[in-house]
Design a protein around this ligand. Structure first.
Ligand SMILES: C[S@@+](CC[C@H](N)C(=O)[O-])C[C@H]1O[C@@H](n2cnc3c(N)ncnc32)[C@H](O)[C@@H]1O
Length: 274
């Protein structure tokens, strides 16, 4: 655990393309000063499984035949690394310099864009674009989400695929939080996250809490509040179709490609550039 906090190796060769940034502030502690904790925060996320799913969906839905890949809100580069190992040529985009430092240390051969989700300007460069862990909802408000999807459409080659997971705001349970506990030597970490939705409007709140307890430093607690976009699945489907995507909704199941059952509030979206 020693040195985990701010453990990002300072870059000497980071090839960041700084593009027009509309919202450059780090979105909460976890993606800035506490970024060194992020991978432990996500200890229960099965990145290998999600990337196996991404490749299966790509083979099933995409019509372009290259392997040029962009991960939106790439964080510390965990999806990126798995996709590079699967033969994709990777680019990661994130608006947190701290997260990108960790991603670049993990994936030194990848290219990186320090950029807001709603502001990247690539054109017909990618066969596959992903955005996992519900990060597309970080495009806030709805007009920014619309921009993000439009820019993804422009950045795809014809026949390329945009793949992401999403939640219908109508299905948010305000009571539920996820808690992950990690023990690292004599340090105990606990991560808690929960969505809150007021039942109307376009704002979804993500509340995070991190607790760290060690004999040396005692008990410390940090909280984060992330503002995200609330949207319904039909609204999202219509937005994607208006942009020109051919949309397939899938059940939120990374082990199988199952058509959305019309009722689940979590879904995977496979949107092909026609
Ligand atoms: C929940 S993490 C997901 C990281 C990674 N996709 C994963 O699955 O581990 C969300 C990421 O989105 C980034 N982010 C939040 N708002 C953003 C925005 N408006 N533009 C670009 N990146 C953003 C954060 O810095 C963070 O790295």
């Amino acid at each position: 655990m020693a040195g985990l906090l701010l453990s990002g190796v300072l870059k000497t060769h980071l090839s960041l393309s700084i593009c027009l940034i509309t919202a450059m502030n780090d979105n909460g502690n976890l993606y800035a000063d506490l970024s060194g904790y992020y991978d432990q925060f996500c200890a229960e996320v099965d990145y290998a499984e999600q990337c196996a799913f991404a490749e299966r969906a790509f083979e099933c839905f995409a019509l372009s035949d290259g392997r040029d890949y962009l991960d939106l809100a790439c964080g510390t580069g965990q999806h990126l690394l798995h996709m590079l190992n699967r033969g994709f040529v990777g680019t990661g985009l994130d608006n947190s310099a701290a997260m990108l430092k960790l991603a670049e240390a993990r994936c030194p051969t990848a290219h990186f864009l320090l950029c807001d989700l709603a502001a990247f300007e690539q054109s017909a460069e990618f066969d596959l674009i992903t955005c996992f862990l519900y990060s597309i909802h970080y495009s806030h408000p709805t007009s920014a989400l619309q921009q993000t999807l439009l820019r993804a459409w422009r950045a795809l080659k014809p026949g390329g695929l945009l793949l992401f997971n999403t939640v219908d705001a109508g299905g948010i349970s305000n009571q539920r939080s996820t808690i992950t506990g990690v023990v690292d030597g004599d340090v105990r970490l606990s991560f808690e996250s929960g969505w809150r939705y007021r039942g109307e409007g376009e704002t979804l709140d993500l509340l995070l809490g991190i607790t760290r307890e060690s004999p040396a430093d005692g008990l410390k607690r940090w909280t984060d509040h992330h503002t995200m976009t609330a949207i319904s699945l039909p609204q999202l489907q219509a937005m994607l179709a208006d942009i020109g995507f051919e949309v397939t909704l899938l059940e939120h199941d990374y082990q199988r490609l199952l058509p959305w059952n019309g009722q689940s509030f979590n879904a995977l979206v496979a949107a092909r550039k026609a």
